[in-house]
Design a protein around this ligand. Sequence first.
Ligand SMILES: [Zn+2]
Length: 459
Amino acid sequence: MTDSSGINSSGVQGQGSGAGTLDSSSQGAIAASKPSLSAPGPPNRKQRRHIVLTSHPSRSGLRGQPIDWGQADPVQRGAIVATVSDPSHRNAIGTHSGSYAVYRALAVANGGLCPDHRPDLTNTAPAIAIGPHPSWADPQKIVSLDPFGAGVGEVYQPLLAQGIDIRPTIAVTNAHIQMPELLDALRQGRLAADGAIVKPSGDLVVTKAAVEPVWYLPGVAQRLGVSEDDLRYALFEQTGGMFPELVTRPDLKVFLPPIGGITVYLVGDVAAITDPGRPVTVRVHDECNGSDVFGSDICTCRPYLVHGLEECIRTAQQGGAGVIVYFRKEGRALGEVTKFLVYNARKRQQGGDRADAYFARTECVAGVQDVRFQELMPDVLHWLGITRIDRFVSMSDMKYNAIVRSGIEIVERVPIPDDLVPPDARVEIEAKKAAGYYTDQGVPSEEDLIQIKGRNLTD
Ligand SMILES: [Zn+2]
């Protein structure tokens, strides 16, 4: 018998240990049986553990609690169990740590990590409390993260005590950050040390949160304007069939996708975020390793990120709060290989790198200009309880529209100051302005775009 996921699953129940074992002689016939939880350490080549396929619940005796997404009470909503230590408890597709789950697999494969390891969550609770906010109980407002993901160790203590392996998907801690641009801003008098938010040394005191993606598939489908079936099939096929449950388990509504997560940097008093009498500044930033970390001059990413931090500090020093949200969406979520291919195509095209052909080159290589789909981005703002942004440090019309559509008011948009744009990044920023990015200096014309050129590849 072959199921819809294409996996031969004949004779999966009640088989002896030999038939239930995946080994090199089984020719791909994977059988389900109870896992041998007592197996010490990783499987070796001679004695592999049995594999439990969770793609067909009636065959494998799964009893994971269903998730009632959008419930205000996390216990009624249900704990999200995406760990693999006991497949019978799972009620989600995918697993923790995003793409790093693959490295975890390598550590298990080479014997460095015991597959049954359970984390000791002692002293790992959030450094500050965030929420709960009314948005947490609104299934329309949050569909791509678990709002209760930071409080797992406390909220689900009774379930953890019963041996159910529930893991936090959000962690919140404190940090001091040191950036040369902020030290320059202090020296030049644009910023002042106040002793609490900015130390006399120039250290910036922040709270930061790491957030793993947890997708409620019906909500994600609705946000994207597609059917849940179409979403599930596309996710299944485009990951090379990595998650058969996407198509075989419509009862499982939650998916932890193998993608990068979000980091939130909070500056100032977190209580100001939800206080209507105090200002809030926000920058939503998508990862750009080339500029953010290595200072590449072809785009405005790091200068704009640091400008956003400066704006956050000023707002915090006025009694408000600043929020930087950093998404792992490298190269418009097309990845860095595609990004570098596009750089070459831009710089080698006839007439050189120019603003009028900026988006066309990306589309030629990737088939699309951008796959970031900002529709899911506002969820993290709703997790923080934001209902109004006084200063939005971004020129992106897609980000602005997604946030406003989600019910958050934006009072003012803050473009990048012109003197922070590196010369070679003119091509990008002017092309974006012409395409609808916010500017307070007038939109460049087609004629203007043709004149705006970047460096050659060999310069
Ligand atoms: Zn960039």
